[in-house]
Write a protein that binds this ligand. Structure first.
Ligand code: NAP
Length: 290
């Protein structure tokens, strides 16, 4: 049987540009209304090239949206206590609305302690345990950027989530678990797969919506995806052969089978930064409207 289908490739780049333009209009009215614009502080420890590139992207997006961005760079050998003190100072600084510490951190620094130290009200990443708990209890909270961006992409593509069988590969606190929770909140029936899942292809072939967040280049092959599935690729990897950026999904092989798919680069990544901007505005407005 030959199934002819036009696959929709969701451009996170285009969608995020549109959303950021809307935010720029919103932020332009803030000086008159609130006396200033939102202020996001990003802390970068060390000089890992990927982290430098992410932090630069965040500064660029802030500029586009009209948010004030301060990037604080610290050397990789900064003591944990010094970093925590800096975060506490920023927590107490009334001119700062959002704080983000770029992950990963050097091994001698506890990521958990850093995340816990950021005030919940300034936690633009949505990683603070109180934000995570609020998410799982369906209380108001800052939603983590990547999962939030994924739901926005699905909705913008007109994908009906309610009632669908969704499979999420990956169960990290940053991506897999919160994506699964947000899909559940949209009334999908969700399965979470991981490295101990037995016969993963049999599980993923059940998916009407497949979200992949593993961190292994082109791990998901065409035989793992059912005809017409919606495929969201979160992975950011280097292709071992070409050295170019690629996702967790073998895009060329799966694109003809999927009804909707996200590319890497230009898919989930830009939406993550876009949602960070949205979260910074949200934290600012919560403070201003208190
Ligand atoms: P992570 O913390 O390393 O988690 C990886 C997950 O994949 C784990 O749950 C692991 O299972 C699972 N896994 C590993 N090998 C597997 C296998 N063979 N079969 C099934 N599951 C397997 O990674 P992460 O932070 O969630 O990030 C995942 C990917 O997304 C990375 O490439 C990262 O760079 C990317 N990312 C992209 C964005 C973006 O904005 N585009 C944002 C964040 C992350 P276990 O739990 O059993 O170990």
């Amino acid at each position: 049987m030959v199934i002819l289908r036009d696959t929709m490739i969701i451009s996170g780049k285009e969608l995020s540009a549109k959303l950021k333009a809307g935010m720029a209009e919103q932020v332009a009215a803030f000086p008159e209304k609130y006396g200033r614009v939102p202020h996001l502080v990003v802390i970068l420890v060390g000089d890992d090239p990927a982290s430098v590139s992410y932090v630069t992207g965040k500064a660029k997006a802030s500029e586009t949206v009209g948010i004030r961005n301060t990037t604080i760079r610290k050397s990789a050998d900064i003591a944990e206590s010094e970093l925590l003190d800096l975060i506490r100072q920023l927590n107490d600084d009334d001119t700062v609305d959002g704080i983000l510490v770029q992950l990963p951190l050097p091994e001698h620094i506890s990521e958990a302690r850093v995340i816990e130290t950021i005030s919940k009200a300034k936690d633009v990443d949505g990683f603070h345990p109180l934000n995570v708990a609020a998410l799982w209890q369906k209380h108001p909270c800052v939603l983590p950027c990547t999962p939030k961006g994924i739901i926005k992409m699905l909705k913008a593509a007109g994908v009906e989530i309610k009632g669908k069988r969704a499979v999420v590969i990956g169960r990290s606190n940053i991506v897999g678990l919160p994506v699964a929770k947000l899909l559940l909140d949209e009334n999908a029936t969700v399965t979470i797969a991981h490295s101990k899942t037995v016969d993963l292809p049999a599980v993923t072939r059940q998916a009407e919506i497949l979200v992949v967040a593993i961190g292994r280049p082109k791990f998901v092959t065409a035989d793992m995806v059912s005809e017409g599935a919606v495929v969201i690729d979160v992975g950011v990897n280097r292709d071992p052969v070409t050295g170019k950026l690629c996702g967790d999904v073998d895009f060329a092989a799966i694109e003809p089978k999927a009804s909707v798919i996200t590319p890497v680069p230009g898919g989930v990544g830009p939406m993550t930064i876009c949602c960070l901007m949205e979260n910074a505005i949200e934290c600012f407005l919560k403070k201003m409207e208190r």
